[in-house]
Design a protein. Structure first.
Ligand code: ZN
Length: 72
């Protein structure tokens, strides 16, 4: 899977509609430009990423679906 270093340094901000520099928190990262939460990938890239995961699912790794659940 091709994933240039670009993605290691930036995350996707829906508000800015692009990959941005971010501030990293424990479970969440924030856009340095607008303060919105950022995602690891854009929706399009995320689809690609999930497709990629589908092919590896048989290995038994559990995806962490609700990372914020233990916050209380
Ligand atoms: Zn932003």
């Amino acid at each position: 899977m091709e994933r240039p270093d670009y993605y290691n340094d930036k995350k996707f901000c829906e508000n800015c509609d692009g990959y941005v520099n971010y501030l990293m928190g424990l479970d969440t990262s924030w856009c340095v430009s607008c303060g919105e939460r950022v995602k690891l990938y854009s929706p399009v890239d995320w689809d690609n990423f999930r497709e990629h995961l589908e092919t590896r699912k048989t290995r038994g790794g559990r995806p962490r679906k609700n990372p914020g659940k233990e916050s209380a």
